[in-house]
Design a protein around this ligand. Structure first.
Ligand code: ACO
Length: 331
């Protein structure tokens, strides 16, 4: 079976920088509190009127440019986001129209922080089966419209930022290079620990004035529970991915973890005995961009020339659901 490979990578971050000091003007917090617990210094926020599919469009153009391809070369779109333009249709359809690609298939993935890796796994399977040859996989978020910038929402509001990353997945001409395996997990018993409820479809009507009054339009998180589970599941799924490929931890050249909290990644690296510098981090500059974080990180690493042909990388994520996943790639 043909192996699938990432042929091009791109990213887009909105220009507007929002520092911890800026947030401190909106609610009671401090640069020290945020940096100490999360590592975040600043994040980017999209301007009013900008959709998730707009950020995705910019990241997709960058990925196509880096792959030396044109939009018309794309034959399928997979769009991972938890902040879609509207409830339906999926943001993949909006992006497809913006790219002028009417007719090709589009699929949205609603798997939060692991959405990109779930999308990559689907793209990998489609390419290996020979269904498609140039799949655009995007992770993009506009979080800034759905954060509660008051004392009540500050635990969540300080964590997130807007941004998009995109990759093109296609057949690998060299069978030793490409996506070696992906490992996907979820445990829905923890679904309510980190969620954005907004509506309750069992109620008629499903949104009422109380929805707004009770603040159900804002994300709610039990931060300590997320932290505890993340530092357990990230090393676990990395071990699983290593075992599946008969690899040792020392064989991996670079880890590209989802950027939820610098402390989570430091804990996970320490548990695995991996030097911190092998665990890429850019959360200091962007905060948590959920589905966008891994392709954004990959795009930066490539730009820095930190990844060479033949290098082994592991991408890993944990997030709401709970969901967690890892992907092993020989670059
Ligand atoms: N600024 C200042 N003080 C704050 C803030 C803030 N932004 N937020 C909460 N506090 C206060 C609390 O009110 C509390 O005050 P109290 O002691 O007077 O009651 C105090 O700080 C400690 O609050 P905790 O919630 O116990 O703080 P904790 O040490 O657990 O840190 C944090 C909170 C940073 C959110 C941490 O739990 C965490 O990072 N968890 C993981 C979260 C995460 O990664 N989420 C996203 C992953 S999933 C995904 O990416 C979708």
């Amino acid at each position: 079976m043909t192996r699938a490979r990432i042929l091009g990578v791109g990213r887009y971050l909105p220009e507007r920088r929002v520092t911890n000091f800026d947030l401190g003007k909106m609610f009671e917090t401090s640069d020290e509190w945020i940096q100490q617990r999360t590592g975040i210094v600043e994040r980017r926020f999209a301007e009013e009127g900008v959709y998730c599919s707009d950020l995705a469009l910019e990241a997709s153009r960058d990925a196509l440019k880096n792959a030396g391809m044109k939009a018309e070369d794309v034959d399928f779109i997979i769009f991972a986001t938890l902040s879609p333009d509207h409830h339906f249709p999926g943001s993949g359809c909006y992006l497809q129209a913006k790219m002028g690609l009417s007719g090709i298939g589009c699929m949205d993935i609603r798997n939060q922080c692991t959405g990109f890796l779930y999308g990559l796994a689907v793209a990998d399977s489609f390419v290996r089966l020979g269904m498609y040859k140039r799949i655009l996989v995007i992770g993009a978020e506009v979080h800034s419209s759905a954060l509660n910038f008051t004392n009540e929402g500050r635990d969540v509001a300080v964590l997130f930022g807007d941004g998009a990353g995109a990759v093109i997945v296609g057949p690998s001409e060299d069978p030793s290079r490409g996506i070696l395996s992906t490992h996907l997990h979820a445990d829905g018993r923890y679904a309510d620990i980190l969620r954005l409820e907004i509506w309750d479809i069992s109620k008629k009507p499903y949104i009422t004035p109380e929805t707004l009054e009770q603040g159900r339009i804002w994300p709610k998180m039990q931060g300590k529970e997320v932290f505890k589970m993340a530092v357990t599941k990230i090393p676990e799924v990395i071990e699983e991915a290593l075992q599946a490929n008969n690899l040792g931890i020392e064989d991996i050249d670079l880890f590209l973890p989802h950027q939820a909290n610098l402390r989570i990644n430091q804990f996970a690296a320490a548990r695995l005995g991996v030097p911190e510098e092998k665990f890429y981090s850019n959360i200091q500059r962007y905060g948590n961009t959920t589905a966008g974080s891994i392709p954004i990180a990959l795009s930066e690493v490539l730009e820095q020339g930190a990844l060479r042909e033949g290098n082994l990388i592991i991408m890993v994520a944990f997030g709401s659901g709970f969901t967690w996943a890892a992907s092993v790639i020989r670059w």
